[in-house]
Write a protein that binds this ligand. Sequence first.
Ligand SMILES: [Zn+2]
Length: 140
Amino acid sequence: MTQQKTGNDMPSFSRISLERLETVDPRLREVLEEAIKHFDFTVLCGHRGKEEQNRLYSSGRTKVMWPDSKHNTYPSLAVDVAPYPIDWGDRERFYYLAGLIMGIAASKGLRLRWGGDWDMDGKFDDNRFDDLPHFEIVES
Ligand SMILES: [Zn+2]
């Protein structure tokens, strides 16, 4: 995949992204399938098994052990995505992608919580644990 694109070229998911998407709740998958038409990103993780969850917990990359993450259900109620090509230092692109995904979800009546705004107050400087790739379904 090249970075230079014409206005007519729509980004699309790679095969590994599609495989990971297969493990994600269809409501969330539908939102991401719309979002990819507008902005290129990669799917890092859908469902997460016990070993992987507890390994991430040990390394401090998640705050919860198995089975308390929304990644631990099947299909997964959470997904991790990152702007493509990935640059972890480029926070602006993560925020842009989050706005796109949250907007599409809202238009479909799906409530999501983003790892850049855990308390869902629309403020980002009070977020104590940034997990910018993370989105999860809020069941009402
Ligand atoms: Zn996550």
